[in-house]
Design a protein around this ligand. Structure first.
Ligand code: UT7
Length: 326
């Protein structure tokens, strides 16, 4: 074994669509502002009663089927999410149960929008030890449940969805070529959810003060996002001994079309080589790069042998990139 290969991917997007014009009726905003400032036209919203593990389960089932293995052959499940079904147990355990897998190791990774790449890196390392045979990496989010629908500066940005990938050890050229992960806790107050943890346990007061919703200083996050994603992309390429020209397509985190365009400029990459789906889904945090990965494969934008890169940025602040030969 010398590489860990992505053998199958899947995704699941809830049916319900929330458009910009519907948002115009909920907060003081406009389709024009949202489109111009973010590139988002609509986002998906999970149905009442649907939980993060339900979305993750649907995406996982598709990934396992694409990988062509028996679900019981999975012995490691890592779920990236900031919107778990419950504080504990891990959503990965709930997905394991829904898939009917017996006793596979299961835990969650919490690295916000960088979560899928962090989970891929963790799974790669664990598979390389030889202690696990096949890993399922899931990124699933229901951000609509932690969105303050009265705050126009954040509620227009986020959406719900899930993506998944099956990883298996291989001996060929294909596989994860390199990863780069970074974080800066000094910026933790730029993007966070204040209450519900040990610092501010849920109380009537925290609910009254709307502290169970995400808060973000968008402007400050924007600038750091572009810089750190570009650095992550370069670092991952360098570790793999590759140049930007070797990439068939880049799947960046979809937080803002202006961020994606600024990243393309910094990387000196034509926008045609950058995958964009923010217009349909908004920002799905960890699920964004996972869904993007599945879509580029299903649409035939990248196929076996092509080198692609995932690059993301999010709360923490965290950032990361993974360069992969499919
Ligand atoms: O996924 C994790 C990482 N997240 C990100 O990377 C997000 C990064 N940040 C962003 O994408 C952008 O900063 C936002 C889209 C969040 C905001 O765009 P912006 O161009 O930075 O706008 P702004 O916050 O500077 O606000 C400009 C104006 C303000 O009005 P004044 O003060 O100029 O009168 C806001 O009150 O736009 C106003 N505004 C809105 N107007 C209509 C803010 N939100 C809205 C809205 N509709 N939804």
């Amino acid at each position: 074994m010398n590489r860990v290969k992505i053998t199958g991917t899947g995704s699941f997007l809830p049916e319900k669509i929330l458009t910009n014009s519907q948002l115009e009726k909920m907060v003081e905003t406009s389709d024009e502002w949202i489109t111009k400032r973010t590139g988002i036209k609509q986002r998906r919203i999970a149905a009442d009663g649907e939980a993060t593990s339900d979305l993750g389960f649907r995406a996982s089932r598709q990934a396992v089927s694409a990988a062509g293995i028996d679900v019981q052959d999975i012995d490691l499940i890592i779920c990236a999410t900031i919107t778990p079904d419950m504080v504990f147990p891990a959503t990965a355990c709930l997905i394991q149960d829904k898939l009917g897998i017996k006793e596979a190791a299961a835990f969650d990774v919490e690295a916000a929008c960088t979560g899928f790449i962090s989970a891929l890196a963790a799974a790669e390392g664990m598979l390389l030890t030889g202690n696990y045979r096949n890993a399922l990496v899931v990124a699933s989010e229901i951000l609509s449940r932690v969105t303050d629908w009265e705050d126009r500066s954040t509620c227009v940005l986020f959406g719900d969805g899930a993506g998944a990938a099956v990883l298996s050890p291989g001996t060929g050229e294909s596989g994860i070529l390199s990863t780069h992960l970074g974080a800066s806790g000094a910026y933790s107050d730029l993007l966070y959810l204040p209450a519900g943890g040990s610092l501010n346990p849920a109380s009537h007061e925290t609910v009254d003060n709307r502290l169970h919703y995400m808060r973000m200083e968008g402007n400050k996050v924007f600038k750091i996002a572009v810089q750190k994603m570009a650095e992550g992309s370069h670092s991952s390429l360098e570790k793999a001994g590759l140049g930007i020209e070797d990439l068939k397509i880049v799947v960046p985190h979809q937080a803002n079309l202006r961020i994606i365009k600024a990243l393309a400029k910094k990387l000196d990459l034509d926008m045609e080589k950058i995958y964009v789906n923010i217009v349909k889904y908004g920002n799905m945090s960890a699920a964004t790069t996972a869904v993007g990965l599945d879509e580029i494969i299903r649409k035939g934008l990248a196929s076996e042998g092509d080198i692609i890169q995932l690059v993301a940025f999010g709360g923490g602040l965290t950032w990361g990139a993974a360069t992969v030969r499919l």
